[in-house]
Write a protein that binds this ligand. Structure first.
Ligand code: PMP
Length: 374
């Protein structure tokens, strides 16, 4: 039964997920050990804040062109051209990376089309797919340390396969796809004439070398990205998508009828990102990654090798129940983490975000050491 008789059937596709339940619990706790947050704990750099105030004062408060404010779009397009050099690659500024994902799904997926998604997945993927009438085809990656197994992808492809949704560094595992996987996926998509969408929102958070983007080996790949995570501006809602020009033009038309444009003053402010160095923040996250992975392994947790984003996805220890049960016990001990079932058909792992202070991470590790013993 719908919550209200007026609600359309498609609203059945999403319940305001478990993540929100954890956040609601957090709001009621006095001093929780919060390792559940999917955004950086560093503030936006002063250069961006100043530029935002300036843009507002200078009355850049109206709409921008739907494709994005020219000053920002041109800079981004230049960067994309320099990196890939694809003749037909065009860029659109969107209302966050989420906006780009939405536009791509509407533009690409017909009802009944199959969309390949890797499990564990970013929460939005299966829901977005179902909202446009697509059928998610889920490929389990647990047995492969959350890397892409190309044989499994090849086996999942049918005449109805339209799109592959790929995310590296990945939410919730923090895993960076290997060069071979990114290349193999790119080539597989080209061979079968399937659209490949690469979600690179965490590309700046790669700790062991540069990100292998499948667009390097597939000039038709669609890439979504954004400033949210890399500059600590998740609330600004500035993202972008680039890919073959006819697809991007259609997404721009769709944007005109939906989001209209990304927030204009903040698009102007985001230009500062090109001259703002975030290396110290990324270096700090690399140290935290090392610290938490070592701490978890020393405590007896199984953790796959993780090279990016700010997440780790350990396995619930043997005999400690489902991830949901384990996380309930963690929350009773004031520790907020997210059960894997939110991102997966399995409920055996849990997501820790290390976008938190070292002191908070140490408090979390202390609770996790206790929980491993029962
Ligand atoms: N893709 C992934 C993999 C994410 O983790 C997120 C944010 N949690 C997004 C996209 C959306 O980011 P944005 O704030 O730019 O909409």
């Amino acid at each position: 039964m719908p919550a209200h008789p007026w609600l359309a059937d498609r609203t059945d596709r999403f319940d305001s997920s478990g993540i929100r339940k954890v956040f609601d619990l957090a709001a009621k706790m006095k001093d929780p050990i919060n390792l559940s947050i999917g955004q950086p704990d560093f503030p936006a750099p002063d250069s961006l804040k100043e530029a935002a105030c300036k843009a507002i004062r200078e009355d850049k408060n109206g709409y921008s062109q739907t494709q994005g404010a020219a000053a920002l779009r041109d800079r981004l397009q230049q960067r994309v051209d320099e990196e890939w050099g694809h003749a037909d690659r065009k860029l659109l500024v969107t209302s966050g990376t989420s906006g780009a994902l939405n536009l791509a799904m509407w533009a690409l997926v017909n009802p009944g089309d199959e969309v390949i998604v890797f499990d564990p997945y970013f929460v939005m993927y299966p829901t977005l797919c179902e909202m446009v009438g697509g059928v998610p085809v889920v490929i389990d990656t647990y047995e492969d340390d959350f890397q892409i197994n190309l044989a499994k992808v090849e086996a999942a492809i049918t005449p109805k396969t339209k799109l592959i949704l790929f995310n590296s560094p990945a939410n919730p595992t923090g895993v960076v796809a290997s060069d071979a996987a990114a290349r193999g996926l790119a080539e597989l998509a080209a061979k079968h004439n399937i659209a490949l969408l690469s979600d690179e929102i965490y590309r700046e958070f790669c700790y062991d070398g540069a990100l292998p983007s499948p667009a390097k080996w597939n000039d038709q790949a669609i890439v979504v990205d954004g400033f949210s995570k890399s500059y600590g501006v998740t609330g600004w809602r500035i993202g972008w998508v680039h890919g073959p020009a006819p697809l991007i033009d259609k997404m721009a038309a769709l944007q005109q009828y939906t989001f209209v444009c990304a927030p204009n003053p903040l698009q102007h402010a985001a230009i500062e990102a090109f001259t703002t160095d975030m290396t110290p923040q990324v270096d700090a996250y690399r140290e935290r990654r090392d610290h938490i992975v070592t701490g978890l392994r020393d405590a007896g947790y199984e953790v796959a090798p993780t090279g990016g984003a700010f997440y780790v996805f350990p396995k619930v220890p043997e005999g400690r129940g489902t991830a949901n049960e384990f996380v309930t016990r963690a929350i009773e001990n004031e520790l907020l983490v997210i059960p894997g079932g939110i991102f997966s058909r399995r409920d055996t792992h849990f997501r820790i975000s290390y976008a938190a202070s070292k002191a908070t991470i140490d408090r979390g590790l202390e609770v996790l050491r206790r929980l491993v013993k029962g």
